[in-house]
Design a protein around this ligand. Structure first.
Ligand SMILES: *[C@@H]1O[C@H](CO)[C@@H](O)[C@H](O)[C@H]1NC(C)=O
Length: 357
């Protein structure tokens, strides 16, 4: 069934207002927050589908058809973007990611919603990067997406007109990225996907790579070749942004780009901060490594649930942030401005809370 229902503005606004008040009320109470998010999404999805299909009469009769509500899986356009468009093959679904300009198509496995949704930290970082303006002025602007997953970030950068390098170790995800590239009619170059694990080992080392749980893929171990970012001949002297989502191996990825950082060729860096994954010793050192060895100009931390930059972070904050995120297993991101000329005032931030937030 190729039904497409669209959320009308009233629903989005209503939902947004509801979410804002819930966030305010539940700031200190994560259980309530999570519960409220789950119920609200269920309730609003229900409302949207029911009103769009004008089923109120059916509802009055008390026999709401299960199957109609069922078509809603990924079907409606949500506040955060993502409307199902069509099925390509039976196992793939194409989403329109249109929560910001420019829109692009993202292919996922059927019934899997793109993870961009609801990630406010990610949206905030994208705002900060001004990718579209930057890449339109200079299409040789390089964007690197390590641990591309479905390619959400890299494909957005490609839609902006940037020169994009995506790295993904899992073959089934690489296949989906290639489908997305076809759907968007992107070409190589400027869009390049490499099925390798970025590591601080000699390039072409074969390793057993075990995908992390919940990465939208099976967790069977695959044999994959490694690559160091320093070993690639980049088409441009400067790299505008390096994004890393490497399930706890972020330090290894950064070390593989040691000379790129030493030559100050990378301007913006952001990575998922999941210190409970991977080598615990490395994870304890990650933030100081970024600060000291990579000579970070300004560092901030962000959370999936809030559009706020906390920082700039100083070394005194690192152990607190490490422990807090490790214990709560919150999905946090770190944004790093490496540009030596940057001033503090360019980012609107809140001080890092040493006690709690
Ligand atoms: C894509 O990038 C890899 C390095 O990751 C490079 O070896 C390859 O030549 C590139 N392909 C194209 C078509 O530019």
């Amino acid at each position: 069934m190729s039904h497409i229902s669209k959320t009308n503005p009233t629903h989005s606004t209503l939902c947004l207002h509801y979410m804002v008040s819930v966030f305010r009320a539940a700031k200190q109470n994560w259980f309530i927050l999570v519960l409220a998010c789950v119920t609200s999404s269920l309730v609003f999805r229900h409302l949207i589908v029911v009103s769009d299909l004008q089923l109120s009469r059916t509802l009055l009769n008390g026999d709401e058809p299960e199957t109609v509500v069922g078509t809603d899986t990924g079907g409606e356009k949500t506040e955060d973007g993502g409307g199902m468009v069509e099925d390509t093959k039976s196992s793939e679904t194409v989403f329109d990611i249109d929560n910001r300009e420019p829109a692009f198509k993202l292919v996922t496995k059927t019934d899997e919603k793109p993870s961009i949704e609801g990630n406010r930290a990610y949206g905030k970082i994208l705002d900060e990067l001004h990718l579209q303006e930057t890449c339109q002025q200079d299409p040789s602007t390089v964007v690197i997406d390590v641990g591309a997953g479905l390619g959400t970030f890299g494909l957005y950068a490609a839609a902006c007109g940037c020169t994009v390098y995506m790295f993904e170790a899992q073959p089934d995800l690489v296949k989906l990225i290639h489908s997305s590239i076809r759907q968007n009619s992107f070409t190589s170059p400027p869009v390049n996907v490499t099925q390798r694990a970025v590591m601080d080992l000699a390039s072409h080392t074969t390793i057993d790579f075990t995908p992390p749980e919940g990465a939208g893929s099976n967790t069977e171990s695959v044999s994959v070749e490694t690559i160091r970012l320093d070993d690639i001949s980049w088409p441009s002297q400067s790299i505008y942004v390096l994004k890393i989502d490497a399930a706890g191996t972020e330090l290894n990825v950064l070390r593989s780009a040691k000379s790129l950082f030493a030559q100050k060729r990378i301007r913006h860096l952001f990575f998922e901060y999941t210190p409970w994954l991977g080598n615990q010793e490395s994870q304890k050192n990650l933030l100081s490594y970024v600060r000291r060895d990579l000579k970070a100009r300004f560092m901030y931390n962000l959370y999936r649930t809030e559009e706020i930059f906390y920082g700039p972070l100083v070394p005194m904050h690192f152990p607190t942030l490490h422990d807090r995120v490790s214990q709560s297993r919150t999905e946090a991101s770190i944004y790093v401005l490496l540009d030596g000329r940057a001033t503090k005032s360019s980012i609107n931030s809140r001080p890092f809370p040493m006690n709690n937030r």
